[in-house]
Write a new protein. Structure first.
Length: 262
């Protein structure tokens, strides 16, 4: 597995500055978290490409800023709203392609919306996102997210059944912990559909810790993914809070480089 970090680790630092921080730390890979509509402009995307190229860092995935809109604007029951907002995702996929990314990460709909969202509609709309992504050479991935439909193994199994080969996942460790799911059961169930990983540590001090500061079994994670011949990447995603993020990411990288002999 190749190791990367998400620009979201440095939020609310501006996206281009966050990318440069990730690159300066020597990561081969990066996830780019967009934070505003203007960041999809070609001129801004070119700036991001220059930064990543200067440091030799590959942007492997893109996360749209609009996750908070998806329940009502993408998966909701008012079709015209969907028709109006789908262009935002076309822009996302186009920007991702221009960055050289492979994946776009979708949170999807919350688990308990005020107006229920039938799973059938969810899968239909998600397939439309998948097809739009394919037009740009982008694989659209469902992330498992606490308090969202995708938090549960049962929902993701139903989604996999509905979408078939178009079901792809980004797997996030901390989200399984927050949702009360067994991380390793989740991993084993979807290890053949996981396209890349969001990793953090967890333990008595919390569920979004720097690598090596908790008790998570990263050797077991690697064994599970190796059993699926996983050839994807692993992205560290921790949130700034009161952390010295650059220091913690650097130490996390050293920890995993040694543990996994990367």
């Amino acid at each position: 597995m190749r190791l990367g970090a998400s620009t979201s680790c440095f939020y609310p630092l501006e996206t281009e500055k966050a990318l440069e921080q990730v690159c300066k730390l020597g990561f081969e890979k990066a996830e780019l978290f967009f934070n505003a509509p203007s960041e999809y402009n070609d001129s801004f995307v070119k700036e991001l490409v220059h930064i990543s190229n200067d440091y030799g860092t590959e942007i492997i995935s893109v996360h749209p800023f609009s996750s908070f809109l998806e329940s009502s604007c993408i998966f909701g029951d008012y079709k015209r709203r969907f028709d109006d907002y789908i262009d935002l995702y076309k822009k996302t996929f186009h920007a991702a392609a221009n960055l050289g990314a492979k994946f776009t990460v979708i949170h999807g709909a919350v688990a308990m919306p005020k107006i229920p969202i039938p799973n059938e509609r969810y899968f239909e709309r998600f397939k439309l996102l998948v097809d739009l992504g394919k037009q740009e050479g982008i694989t659209v991935c469902q992330e498992n997210v606490n308090k969202f439909k995708s938090q549960s193994i049962a929902f993701c199994k139903e989604m996999r059944s509905a979408l078939g080969d178009d079901f792809n996942m980004v797997f996030d460790i901390k989200q399984t912990v927050r949702a009360g799911e067994d991380t390793f059961v989740f991993l084993n169930e979807f290890k053949h559909q996981i396209r890349h990983l969001h990793i953090s540590d967890n333990g008595a001090k919390g569920d979004c810790l720097p690598i090596g500061k908790g008790s998570f079994d990263f050797a077991r994670l690697k064994d599970i993914m190796d059993s699926a011949d996983y050839d994807g990447d692993c992205v560290i995603e921790i949130y700034s809070g009161n952390l010295d993020v650059a220091k913690e990411l650097k130490e996390s990288k050293v920890y995993l480089d040694n543990l996994w002999q990367l």
